[in-house]
Structures are given as structure tokens and as C-alpha cells.
Design a binder for this molecule. Structure first.
Ligand SMILES: O=C(O)CCC(=O)C(=O)O
Length: 266
């Protein structure tokens, strides 16, 4: 569980760094498991040649990764930030390469009424500094109005996006906090907080889990249903979790089952 100071930091700034949550031995086991799953999913080249890779329903594919999701050090994070009835929306394995341009913010169709708190828990397997690809965040952009002010910096897919300077400064110079991390550290942020990374020359393995608070109003449920309809992984509970012997895995997806969301086969 997080302390009240950590929760206050989260609420104000939209991120947390939890150093040394996992030891070297655990990190090695998690890395080996993640690499095994990536290889099983045709990601061999991503590992050898630092190519981009990303899939959801990742932890379902290895017992060590499943255990990571229900480990108290991970499970306790959304529990503290979103309440004990939080939902596991998605979990993923990624290899990020090169610069990740600034992105985040509120989805255009999200209103004050449909707003539902979320958080994302990630673990990298490299020592990352500002210069070589550490995640950067603009604190406080997970909330309106600041989160709306920074929207012009949202990366689009147009050519020349890298050079665009809506605030008159290059991407690298946008005021931010760099979340330096070592293997074993956990970073908590949200997809709404503006984030990026610059300077990395090699692939960065990341495992992640994304969570929502339990939606209670019609507007929140409608919004979650729209995301379910739009995405292949997010908000689709895996059958192996629905039927798991582990009560925490079952609980984290049970609300989506109740809402009639289509399960995935994994
Ligand atoms: O590590 C990176 O380069 C970007 C990570 C990111 O965008 C994410 O986890 O949502």
C-alpha cells in the first residue's frame, strides 16, 4: 500500500517513482519471462535489432508475469490510488525505440461527467537517465485545466511533427521532470499526464499494467464501453483471468464481465 504522502503526490502531480521495489533476482526472472513471451509472439527481431514491439494480454502468457500483477507491491498501487474495487483494463509488453514524442491528455470525447480516474504502472529493465530515454512527464497535466493547456504539444502523425514547436521550444526542452529509473524501480503515471522520452539509442523493454477506478455513473460506464468497443485489448477481460484460481486476478476483471464486455481468448 502507498503512504498518504505518496497518494497526495500522485493527486497533485500525476506520477510517482517507487525505487527498488524489486530485487536483482526478481528483475532477472521478470526480464527472462518478458523476453520469452516476446519471442513467442514473433518479436525475436525486436530483441536483437531494437525494433519496436508491443502487445496487450502480455502477463497472461507467463506465470512469472501473472504473479507480478498480483504481487502486493504492484496490486497495492491501484488499490491505494483508485480504491479496492479498481479494474485491470490492460497489461502490455513493449520494446520502445528512439524518441517518444510528447503525448497524453484528455480524449476529445471525455467530459467532466465521464471522467474516471486511471493509473498506469510500468517497469523498465535498463538504467534510464534524461539523456538515454528516461520517461519524462509534465507534472499536473493529468488534471484540467493544465492538462488542456498543453494539448497543442500532442504528437500527431503528420510529417514534421518532431520539429513542431507550439510553445516555441524544441521537444527536448519542454519543461518537465525526468523520471530516472533503474531496473527494480516502478514508475506510476497516467496516459493523461503528458509524457515522452528522448535520446535512447537502444530498445527499452517495458512491462505495464493500466487500471481504472470502478465506473459508477452512467456517463463513466458509457465512456468505458466506448473504449471497449474501440480497442482490441483494453477493457477486454482475458478468459484465463476470469476463470483463474487466484481471487485477485478474478476480482480485477469481474466488473468488466458484469458490464458484458467481450472476453479475450488468452
Ligand atoms: O518509454 C517510452 O519511450 C514511452 C513510454 C510510453 O509512452 C508509455 O508507457 O505510455
Amino acid at each position: 500500500m502507498l503512504t498518504s504522502d505518496q497518494v497526495a503526490h500522485w493527486n497533485a502531480f500525476g506520477f510517482l517513482v517507487l525505487p527498488k521495489l524489486f530485487n536483482q533476482n526478481e528483475v532477472t526472472k521478470l526480464r527472462d519471462a518478458a523476453i520469452e513471451v516476446i519471442k513467442q509472439n514473433d518479436g525475436e527481431k525486436a530483441i536483437t535489432d531494437s525494433e519496436k514491439f508491443g502487445i496487450g494480454a502480455f502477463c497472461e502468457q507467463h506465470p512469472v508475469l501473472r504473479d507480478w500483477l498480483v504481487d502486493d507491491r504492484i496490486y497495492g498501487i491501484p488499490e491505494s490510488l483508485l480504491g479496492s474495487d479498481f479494474i485491470l483494463d490492460l497489461n502490455s509488453g513493449y520494446i520502445f525505440t528512439g524518441d517518444t514524442l510528447w503525448h497524453g491528455g484528455f480524449a476529445p470525447d471525455e467530459t467532466e461527467e465521464s471522467f474516471n480516474p486511471v493509473c498506469k504502472v510500468v517497469m523498465y529493465f535498463d538504467s534510464l537517465t534524461k539523456e538515454n530515454g528516461a520517461l519524462r512527464v509534465v507534472p499536473g497535466t493529468h488534471r484540467r485545466p493544465f492538462g488542456a493547456n498543453i494539448w497543442p504539444q500532442q504528437a500527431g502523425s503528420n510529417p514534421g511533427e518532431r520539429e513542431r514547436q507550439p510553445f516555441g521550444v524544441p521537444q527536448e526542452d519542454v519543461p518537465c521532470v525526468d523520471l530516472q529509473s533503474d531496473p527494480g524501480d516502478i514508475i506510476v503515471f497516467t496516459e493523461r499526464v503528458f509524457h515522452s522520452s528522448f535520446g535512447s539509442k537502444k530498445g527499452r523493454l517495458q512491462i505495464s499494467a493500466e487500471y481504472s477506478a470502478n465506473p459508477t455513473t452512467e456517463a463513466q460506464i458509457d465512456r468505458m464501453r466506448a473504449d471497449h468497443d474501440r480497442f482490441a485489448y483494453s477493457h477486454h477481460p482475458s478468459k484465463s483471468f476470469i476463470n483463474s484460481e487466484n481471487p485477485k486476478l478474478r476480482r480485477m476483471v469481474s466488473r468488466m464481465v458484469e458490464l458484458g464486455f467481450t472476453p479475450r481468448e488468452e
